[in-house]
Write a new protein. Structure first.
Length: 363
């Protein structure tokens, strides 16, 4: 089977979580017997890696204009010699008669439209409508997102849960970790949070919880990593707050390994990939008790109401102050991370592709 994967996210300045997902498919699908053709409307020479599969450049118009044309007019059609076209996000190319598979990572835009720009919410709504109308199979990253789509009227038989996988990295020289921390001016102990700067990530609440913690332990800092997104996000510039923005993978790896705890206080997540990346490095985690996050953490760390500053502050203090508890959480994190493999994720994708081909052939 040959699958064309829209790789436009990889040509963005910051590919983000979807970019990591796409690259994992590039690596994981060929050993499962799937030939991959990457395609996008952009200049692949800027960011293309030697590890990418064969690449088809669609040319002008580039994103975001092309995405608007795709959603509003369903043109220009993508013409590829493939068995399936896969859109790994809600930027959905017109596939014509070729079977279409779409990954719906979450529907936060529908549950919390006030946390998105008006344009962003409309764009994602169009993408969801196209998915419902045209996709033969839909891949989702969690049972939670599957249930969300069933509530939105999607046929359960068309939905395929593919939890993100993770590779457990080898041990890293502690001196190299310390060098990376010194280079960016971060000292232990610190609370790490990772994600695009946008309202639904709920970072200001976490900042207030850490500020409260600092009344007891003024040596603790909050380190936030992630690209800028959208919306007004204030309250991240106080004492003990470090805003690093987008950083390279090696530095992020060092932060995961050195953090006292990685916290994700989001109001809504389709999966929560930073938690899995942290757990794979034995980092203690704490997360909101909503959406998909309990499904990912599943006993590896504390789950807390997203708006309860006191509860978050107390939970973080417990981790910071108790070395034995830290050790327990590190062991739980690593054990939980080992349950998420890309081989399982790839199998779910292959099943989605085969289902799409079968449905298209009957219809």
């Amino acid at each position: 089977m040959k699958v064309g994967i829209h790789a436009g996210q990889l040509l963005q300045r910051v590919p983000g979580g979807i970019g990591r997902y796409i690259e994992a498919l590039f690596h994981g699908l060929p050993p499962a017997g799937v030939d991959v053709v990457a395609f996008a409307a952009g200049d692949p020479s800027v960011r293309r890696s030697a590890a990418w599969p064969s690449f088809v450049a669609l040319g002008h118009p580039y994103a975001p204009l092309r995405y608007e044309l795709w959603h509003r007019l369903r043109r220009p059609r993508v013409r590829l010699d493939v068995d399936v076209v896969h859109a790994p996000s809600l930027a959905i190319p017109p596939a014509g008669r070729t079977p279409l598979v779409v990954t719906v990572n979450d529907i936060a835009f529908r549950r919390y439209p006030e946390l998105f720009t008006a344009h962003g919410a409309r764009f994602h709504e169009r993408g969801l409508a196209i998915t419902r109308r045209e996709a033969q199979s839909v891949v989702v990253p969690s049972e939670f997102t599957r249930d969300e789509l069933v509530r939105e009227g999607f046929e359960a038989s068309s939905l395929f849960v593919a939890h993100h996988g993770v590779e457990i990295p080898e041990a890293r020289d502690p001196d190299a970790v310390e060098v990376a921390l010194r280079r960016i001016g971060v000292e232990r102990p610190f609370v790490l949070t990772v994600g695009t700067l946008e309202p639904r990530k709920n970072f200001p609440m976490l900042a207030r919880a850490v500020a409260q913690l600092r009344e007891h332990r003024d040596d603790v800092t909050l380190v936030r990593v992630g690209p800028p997104g959208w919306g007004e996000v204030e309250g991240l510039d106080g004492a003990g707050m470090r805003e690093l923005g987008a950083i390279d993978d090696g530095t992020l790896d060092a932060l995961y390994r050195a953090a006292t705890v990685c916290a994700l206080p989001s109001r809504y997540e389709g999966f929560g990939l930073p938690l899995l990346e942290a757990m794979a490095r034995g980092c203690p985690v704490a997360a909101s008790d909503v959406s998909s996050l309990p499904e990912v953490v599943d006993g590896a760390g504390p789950l807390l109401p997203p708006d309860d500053v006191d509860a978050w502050s107390a939970a973080l203090r417990s981790v910071v102050d108790d070395r034995e508890y830290q050790t327990q959480l590190r062991e739980r994190s690593l054990a939980r991370a080992r349950e998420f493999t890309w081989s399982h994720a790839v199998q779910a994708h292959v099943a989605a592709y085969e289902h799409a081909v079968d449905v298209a052939s009957r219809g």
